[in-house]
Design a binder for this molecule. Structure first.
Ligand code: EPZ
Length: 418
């Protein structure tokens, strides 16, 4: 298993470009199942989760081809609308094939994903949505088995806001009979990008980015072309890498309006943050103050930046109270930061960080999940001496060559083949 070795103390500087968004590419790749023929996607990031999605699409009868950032997906009817356990267990987002398969073929057998490090992550809201749209659903031997002659549009009110649930509802409703109104819908930019692709395929959707999305079902969709939106979480991670070293870093090919919550928090701490149409930048500072953060659905502070921001707060002057408002177990990085010397007291969904410049010393640490990996690398950028982050396969699920991007900004960082 690979590791990342970082020598701390370098102030980062320079310009870096963001890749396409993992959490937009995944639902959009599953949306291709809604129309036979050749779909062409650009700005697709090269990530393990994309590889896993390709494997599942191939198992569902699709032919995929990658050429750099471009991917073509040739869709044809699968022998069986089955998403098997050995593929789904590698990536829980595979549940996003449920809506398209059910909508397109009237049947789907999708393995239950199982939990993951950051929480139980049930799929009850996904299943409930399909039932509301008229599907017969049963759980058989660890699989969701769904059948429907044709889904029937209806009103769906999510009692709990869910990104994936909103995405599955959209992909089920676009070929349903009649209209569907999705209330308390997720507003994440990745949901909006999925709607852009569905609309390019001929779907009739209004209201994306608001809490009420309406879908007018159509009889047929066509394959289309689309360029994946920039990854706001990668962009935020790169900006925080600059900030934690007190360096001047400009992140290009991103959407600053997707990062307002982070920019506001950085400014609260004393960082000068500038932005333009497709870039955002942080300027050099020698010290910064702490601030409190509570993660929330978009446009609130992203849960996917919580761990990385916690690393920044370990170097702040003062105490920061960080509240995880989305997942029940997303503090796995805390004990690893403590091993590096951080002063953090985790209590269920709240972590109290007592900051202190220079409090971190390099050590061997273990990545537990995707965003925790990034957090530990950011901590390694400022820890005295050498930090070795193990189990870096977590990182490769969602960041495209992060160590190379950071090295290009001046970090002393390398990947060690394990
Ligand atoms: C998406 O996960 C993202 N993944 C996550 O990013 C992100 O953290 C999350 O949204 C929140 O923004 C992808 O888009 C592939 P949810 P998702 O459904 O859709 C509960 C990363 O690091 N819930 O919005 O699974 C759930 O347990 C990943 O890139 C139910 O109770 O998140 C959680 O507490 C991590 N029942 C809350 O809702 C359900 O049926 C929000 O989950 C579904 C969800």
């Amino acid at each position: 298993m690979d590791s990342i070795v970082v020598k701390g103390g370098r102030r980062l500087s320079g310009t870096v470009a963001t890749s396409g968004a993992k959490n937009a590419a995944l639902p959009i790749l599953f949306a291709t199942l809604l129309a036979d023929g050749e779909h062409r996607l650009d700005n697709v990031p090269e990530l393990r989760d994309i590889d896993s999605t390709e494997q599942l699409l191939n198992a569902l009868g699709c032919t995929t081809h990658r050429s750099g950032k471009q991917m073509t997906v040739n869709v044809s009817r699968p022998d069986e609308a089955l998403a098997p356990y050995d593929l789904v267990r590698k990536m829980r987002a595979s549940i996003l094939c449920l809506g398209p398969l059910l909508s397109r073929y009237g049947e789907a057998r999708v393995s239950l994903p199982g939990g993951c490090a950051i929480g139980s992550r049930p799929i009850d809201l996904h299943v409930d949505t399909m039932q509301r749209l008229g599907a017969d659903i049963s759980i058989e031997e660890g699989y969701v088995v769904a059948r429907a002659e044709r889904l029937q549009g209806t009103r769906i009110l999510f009692e709990k806001l869910t990104v994936g649930g909103t995405e599955n509802a959209l992909m089920a409703a676009v070929l349903a009979r009649g209209a569907t109104q999705i209330e308390n819908a997720a507003k994440e930019p990745e949901v909006v990008d999925l709607v852009h692709y569905l609309r390019a395929m001929g779907a009739r959707i209004e209201g994306e980015g608001s809490s009420v999305i309406t879908v007018e079902g159509v009889d047929r969709l066509e394959p289309a072309r689309h360029s994946i939106v920039a990854d706001r979480i990668e962009a935020g991670t790169l900006l925080l890498a600059g900030a934690i070293t007190g360096g001047a870093v400009r992140v290009e090919r991103c959407e600053p309006q997707h990062l307002v919550a982070l920019s506001d928090k950085l400014r609260e701490c004393g960082f000068p943050v500038e932005s333009g149409e497709d870039w955002i930048a942080v300027a050099e500072v020698d010290a910064w103050s702490s601030t409190d953060v509570t993660t929330a659905p978009h446009p609130g502070f992203p849960t996917d930046l919580q761990a990385q921001f916690m690393a920044l707060m370990t170097q702040a002057e003062g105490t920061s109270v960080i509240t995880e408002g989305i997942f029940e177990n997303r503090f796995m990085h805390v004990q690893e930061l403590v091993r590096l010397g951080a002063d953090i007291s985790p209590m269920a969904l709240v972590a109290v960080v007592r900051g202190g410049k220079g409090c971190l010393s390099g050590a061997e640490v273990m990545a537990t999940d995707l965003r925790a990996s990034a957090c530990l690398i950011l901590a390694g950028l400022v820890a005295k001496g050498t930090t070795k982050v193990n189990r870096i396969y977590h990182l490769d699920r969602g960041y495209e060559q992060l160590e190379k991007k950071l090295a290009a900004l001046g970090a002393d960082i390398e990947r060690v083949r394990g």
